[in-house]
Design a protein around this ligand. Sequence first.
Ligand SMILES: Nc1nc2c(c(=O)[nH]1)N[C@H]1C(S)=C(S)[C@@H](COP(=O)(O)O)O[C@H]1N2
Ligand SMILES: [Mo]
Length: 551
Amino acid sequence: MTDRQATGWAAAAGVVAVGTGLALGELAAGLLSPSLSPVTAVGGAVIDVVPPGVKDWAISLFGTADKAALLVGMGLLIAALAALSGIVELRRRFAGVAVIAVFGAAGLAAVLGRSELTGGAIPAPLLAAAVGMILLRWLIGKLGEWQTDAGPDAGPEAGPEAGLGTGLDAGPDAGREAGLGAGPPRGGPGPTAPPPSRRRFLQALGGTAAVAAAAAVLAATFRGAAAVVNEVRSKLALPVPVSPAPPIPAGAEVRLDGVGPLVTPNKDFYRIDTALRVPVVDPGQWTLKVTGLVEREISLDFATLLAKPLVERHVTIACVSNVVGGDLIGNARWLGWPVRDLLALAGPKDGADMVLSRSADGWTAGTPLEVLTDNRDALLAVGMNGEPLPLEHGFPARLIVPGLYGYVSATKWVTELKVTRFADDVGYWTPRGWSERGPIKTSSRIDVPRDGRPVNAGTVAFGGVAWAQHIGIGRVELRVNRGAWQEAELAPGISRDTWYQWKLELPLTPGQYEVQVRATDLNGAAQVEERAPVVPNGATGFHTVRVDVKS
Ligand SMILES: Nc1nc2c(c(=O)[nH]1)N[C@H]1C(S)=C(S)[C@@H](COP(=O)(O)O)O[C@H]1N2
Ligand SMILES: [Mo]
């Protein structure tokens, strides 16, 4: 066997050893701690340490597939490290074992650092690392025997590329015996006949890979826990609101292809959160605690919440990471109990000015107490567009606060409201470079024509949305090539807490145009022209599209 072939097999042994450890670790986590596994802990830690700029970049590049991209990237990195551990273990006994020990320790540290940590989460990374280390030593030991038996001049042997096909699928020697091997069968006895140690190594490798596959399948089955809660969700009948959503005014939709819909369907609603695995919260186990600076602590279960007088409201929520012209914004009809009624029961004490809401996975948002107690419809929401909240959007309960970016208000899978003070507590994103307070900035978007898309000369229909939650939009204007502002036709919003659609037909002759939109709220304040990035408290600037008018 050549050095190159030995290296290839050692790398394969590393990948199989580490893969088996990880699969068994995930399996253990699936059994012992459904919301925290080594892989999700490491992924979560990666998400937490990446600078906000990288997070924004990842969201803009991968959109809602950002988690999948992270998992794939992690998988490739782990596979590379695993291959490396095999290669160094072959060169030097226990060197590869040490590599696995180091990333096992990193995995344990990641698990210990997660807020959703429970005792049940700790065995998984330990098991994963131990299994990986033992298997690596064992497989590389077998590879070493084969290497010794074959000797450096024993002639070409099947390398990993050829061997995985014949060796693992059909048994190490089946292919060769049947003449199906990668190379022409070499006849005759002598130094070129495969030594039994080759078979032993390939059987060990193949058998271990099979164990890994079985464990991985089982681990995936345990994630079926999500399926169980989904089932509970699908059987849930939401109560009828005592105060239904005000009807959508006639003409609220401009009916222009490419604009809308006015109410975003759940499946199209943007999703932003730090949860690598969607928290699976059984409503039967769920409680919401109101704690901190209150006269009376409250513990609310789901049945009690559903029995409260619920209201239904359309509210447009937006992400602070939404760039000018971006789509991290959506409008839904939310069913929930007004948070001010819940807080009134608890009785906030003097001096409190913030509510730190916490989710089942430990994420937090700091919301000014006053916006949760004033007359706006801040909701402890259980329904979204006539359905129970989708798991991704916070089932069984979340907060929805008109006028604030999601990162300071819209806690999904909410389990605690701690009445506190800005001086004493911070929400998740604040120490990571985002402002303590995050009122949504008045903004507007041109949805048609799309930027850079050619259109025919004549009357060109422009349309889009504008929002100034809890104030309402008073006017939307367009300007062409930085000329005079021209007022668009503004459709009625559903309420001042939702976005408004607008349209404007402009006669355009062939040529290139730059068209900008500007919204003004009902108090007469125009949206900010100066461009600002999303960090630290939301983007500003006019959405601008280039229109290529053809003759
Ligand atoms: N538990 C939890 N809730 C969360 C977040 C999170 O990371 N974890 N992200 C917030 C942010 S930044 C936004 S913009 C909204 C997005 O809500 P959506 O995914 O339902 O659109 O959820 C908020 N609620
Ligand atoms: Mo967000």
